[in-house]
Design a binder for this molecule. Structure first.
Ligand SMILES: Cc1cc2nc3c(=O)[nH]c(=O)nc-3n(C[C@H](O)[C@H](O)[C@H](O)COP(=O)(O)OP(=O)(O)OC[C@H]3O[C@@H](n4cnc5c(N)ncnc54)[C@H](O)[C@@H]3O)c2cc1C
Ligand SMILES: Nc1ncnc2c1ncn2[C@@H]1O[C@H](COP(=O)(O)OP(=O)(O)OP(=O)(O)O)[C@@H](O)[C@H]1O
Length: 587
């Protein structure tokens, strides 16, 4: 039965948590978490089935009041501006007002700020690098639209607005710089080549802009008074400039990186801004936030699972909901490996990826929680995970495009399969392994998959199927709401054993993972309703009661796929084996 979408009484919770039966801490706490989630649903819908759950699950008034209170805490009368003229803020993956270094710098160094967002066809209408999937899927497109609506609203509250233009930034931004006689364009610095190339093009085009009172004499470098592009570091918890090593010598082992930054750097405070960011320059037509169709994408409704709301208001509300209202931070470390429902983990990633949430703000909230409520290892663990996120971003600096290449940062040579039948079964969730299929269905239906799920489906694709890991990474690129090139390709290279850390080469055994993280088959039965009628212990191991398994498992297959050994399966599926023996650990 689909647990988190049904109401449940405390009586049935007691039945679920049978004290006479030994239950692991993980299982117990997850049941508790789902029970709380269900209670919140039952408030509004008594005994009816709820098919999809909003994240955050707060009403509009509550969200607006959280936004106001948070903004108030981060507003200061002390900040003064001391610049001249108009500065342009080119919004990219930093769609927020709170702790936005770019907006802050532009405001301080100008008399007026023009905030701009460019709907770049290379982001919304292009294809992924090698395998040609849509670069941005409909669900992420919708999420970004919501982020833009919210950003526009929050800027307007502070006396600004958001100018929205369709086209390439290198054409739009210089034209605006000319029209508004801007001296500087501020934007967040990115690290991957697609984004860096756009930065270079914008910078080059700006050099050709002559300000109205210049002599018109220009060199190949442009006019001395041409507007400049100032790229500002943002988006990570630790600042690039504060790292205790140069980007070229960032440790390849995560633990070394973490220990070093924790010991030697501190996290900068969030930027506080003035209540009013105006005056806004005079603009005839600020443009509307595009619809999903205007982005050239197919709209997709979420009718099951989690429905994430885009935007800074939702992001700050989610932090409030998870840390303060539901108080789940105190058990985060024990629950974070769950798969079902909104509350086993923070779910901050979609807002972090679009930049509608600042990681430094999360840091400050963790510290506030530790001071005001409870300081334990589990509150810290959110920071531990955020350091992973920082790490992959810095690693993308160090290794450049190699994170997208088949051999990864270590240039590992292996033979990979491109068997379309196998890949299709994986992406469509029809492999015959409920744990894989349920996760893949969740991804395409909601744009989200748990970290546990991501590791398992990655291991299955690359190790059990032997498929080119980039096919999986690009599929994720299309669908994930939280798609971020550094975290996505960083994690995939790790999962495929081609990452920068040679020690990370882990095989995830589906039977073991199912036993540990979905012992009652609730997760698989939620996404694969045909399994709901099976006894709980059978749901992850349904044998012939489900569909035929497309490949045997590399290590042990308790459930069959009999009559076809690995070698013949490999031949049949064009799986070429590996040129190098892996030292996989089995989890
Ligand atoms: C194959 C694969 C692909 C992934 N692709 C992405 C991606 O495109 N974008 C993305 O943000 N995360 C990615 N992750 C990391 C991780 O799965 C998600 O960040 C996490 O599931 C988001 O859920 P959460 O916010 O509830 O996480 P929580 O457990 O609540 O963690 C808090 C935050 O820490 C960060 N974090 C946690 N784990 C990781 C990790 N392994 N790597 C980097 N950051 C982490 C995230 O920002 C996350 O929001 C990927 C992991 C794998 C195995
Ligand atoms: N933000 C991003 N998201 C997804 N993929 C990206 C991103 N930035 C860069 N890439 C991918 O990186 C790859 C660029 O690497 P490519 O190998 O073409 O360049 P290169 O390293 O300069 O080339 P070469 O190896 O031939 O010198 C492309 O596949 C591109 O899709």
């Amino acid at each position: 039965m689909a647990i988190f979408c049904h109401t449940l009484s405390s009586l049935s919770l007691k039945k679920l948590i049978n004290p006479s039966k030994p239950t692991s801490t993980f299982t117990y706490i997850n049941l508790h978490i789902r029970f709380q989630a269900m209670n919140s649903i039952s408030d509004s819908s008594s005994s009816s089935k709820v098919m999809c759950q909003l994240v955050p699950g707060l009403d509009t008034n509550e969200k607006e009041s959280i936004l106001d209170q948070t903004f108030e805490r981060y507003t200061s009368k002390m900040v003064k501006r001391n610049g001249k003229g108009t500065a342009i803020v080119w919004f990219r993956n930093d769609l927020r007002v709170l702790d936005n270094e770019v907006l802050f710098k532009a405001w301080v160094n100008s008399e007026s700020v023009l905030p701009v967002y460019c709907v770049d066809p290379r982001v919304f209408q292009a294809s992924t690098g090698y395998f040609g999937f849509p670069k941005t899927g409909g669900l992420r497109g919708q999420f970004i639209v919501e982020c833009l609506v919210d950003l526009k609203k929050n800027l307007m509250t502070r006396g600004l607005n958001l100018l929205i233009r369709h086209g390439k930034p290198e054409e739009i931004i210089p034209a605006l710089a000319k029209d508004f006689a801007s001296h500087t364009v501020y934007a967040q610095k990115e690290t991957c080549s697609e984004e860096v190339n756009v930065e270079k093009l914008v910078s080059k085009a700006l050099r050709r802009v002559h300000p109205p009172h210049s002599t018109g004499i220009s060199t190949s470098q442009g006019s001395a008074n041409s507007p400049t592009l100032q790229l500002v570091w943002g988006g990570t918890m630790y600042h690039l400039d504060d790292l205790p090593f140069s980007t070229n010598s960032i440790p390849d082992v995560y633990t070394q990186f973490r220990k070093s930054v924790e010991a030697k750097c501190s996290i900068r405070s969030c930027a506080k801004i003035s209540m009013s960011l105006g005056p806004a320059p005079r603009v005839e037509d600020w443009g509307c936030v595009p619809s999903i169709e205007q982005l050239g994408l197919q709209p997709q409704e979420v009718s099951k699972g989690m429905r994430f709301l885009g935007g800074e208001t939702a992001a700050l509300s989610r932090v409030h909901e998870y840390f303060w209202k539901k108080d789940f931070l105190k058990i985060y470390k024990e629950t974070r490996n769950g798969m079902l429902g909104p509350d086993y983990s923070t779910k901050f990633s979609p807002w972090l990826a679009s930049g509608s949430l600042s990681p430094r703000f999360i840091y400050e909230e963790v510290k506030r929680y530790e001071k005001g409520r409870l300081a334990n290892d589990t509150a810290y663990w959110v920071l531990f995970e955020l350091i992973w996120r920082d790490y992959f971003r810095f690693i993308s600096f160090k290794y450049g495009n190699s994170i997208f290449h088949i051999g990864g940062p270590r240039n590992v040579v292996r033979r990979w399969s491109h068997d379309q039948r196998l890949f299709d079964s994986w992406r469509n969730g029809c492999t015959g392994y409920p744990l894989i299929d349920a996760n893949m269905k969740e991804l395409s239906a909601t744009g989200f998959m748990s970290n546990r799920g991501r590791q398992i489906v990655c291991s299955f694709l690359v190790r059990d199927m032997g498929i080119d890991w980039r096919m999986g990474a690009e599929w994720f690129e299309t669908f994930l709401l939280d798609y971020d090139p550094c975290s996505n390709y960083g994690n995939w290279t790790y999962g495929a054993g081609v990452g920068n850390d040679p020690r990370e080469d882990r095989y995830f055994s589906i039977p073991k993972q199912a036993q540990a993280y979905d012992p009652e088959g609730e997760y698989v039965a939620y996404w694969l309703p045909q399994l709901q009628e099976l006894p709980k212990e059978k749901r992850n191991f349904p044998g012939k009661l489900y569909m035929e398994q497309i490949v045997p498992l590399k290590f042990g297959n308790p459930n069959g796929h009999r009559g076809q050994d690995r070698a013949s399966a490999a031949r049949k599926t064009n799986y070429g084996g590996r040129g190098r023996k892996t030292n996989s650990r089995t989890s």
